[in-house]
Design a protein around this ligand. Sequence first.
Ligand SMILES: Cc1cc2nc3c(=O)[nH]c(=O)nc-3n(C[C@H](O)[C@H](O)[C@H](O)COP(=O)(O)OP(=O)(O)OC[C@H]3O[C@@H](n4cnc5c(N)ncnc54)[C@H](O)[C@@H]3O)c2cc1C
Length: 194
Amino acid sequence: MSSFDAIVIGSGLGGGVVTRRLSENGLNVLLLERGDFVPREPENWNPHAVFSQKRYHAREQWLDGRGRSFDPAMHYNVGGSSKFYGAAMFRLRERDFQELNYQEGISPAWPIRYADLAPYYDQAESMFFVHGDESGDPTAPPRAHPYPFPPCVSANLSNARATLRSMFNRSTNSRERATGAAAKDGPIGSSAQE
Ligand SMILES: Cc1cc2nc3c(=O)[nH]c(=O)nc-3n(C[C@H](O)[C@H](O)[C@H](O)COP(=O)(O)OP(=O)(O)OC[C@H]3O[C@@H](n4cnc5c(N)ncnc54)[C@H](O)[C@@H]3O)c2cc1C
């Protein structure tokens, strides 16, 4: 096939979802990815290799607005950062769409509101097998349906969280830091059965 209805550049979460939706609607899509597949190796499952040694980070430095270099933590591989991300699938809060005043400056209001995105969050949470229960979270935005799956109680997940906590000596969950709520109820996007 040499002609396409759409060309998507990058197979991360963004490009992957766009490609899937376009394909499901009958379009011929070419998905271009600059990176290779992540090799299957023991280090995939080793938080020290992944996070401390940055084994899968792109070896490059970017420049910030003042010309200072930093590690952008990019992952140039099939799946992009989704191969290594934490799978914490929080919805933005209603307030996030309003103008926010930060120490560094003003974050302008979005042209859309949470209510505009809510139906798409519903679809995305199904697509990503999101498990969770935010009933005890005072910051949770309104939702038409409960999470598509109940909270994760995987032993592997608990172990991974404990390892990351000890590595970084802090909570791995921003909501936990903000509210003190326990992390066991997600929301976590995972199709793992264990
Ligand atoms: C360690 C880690 C943990 C995270 N945990 C969470 C979390 O728990 N919850 C959460 O919501 N978010 C989390 N994130 C952030 C989340 O993973 C990213 O926001 C998200 O994956 C970004 O998706 P993206 O498609 O925009 O970009 P990316 O995932 O960066 O994908 C971009 C893709 O485009 C490819 N590409 C780039 N340039 C080109 C080119 N010129 N030609 C072809 N291909 C190209 C890249 O190789 C890559 O595959 C985490 C990120 C990291 C690194």
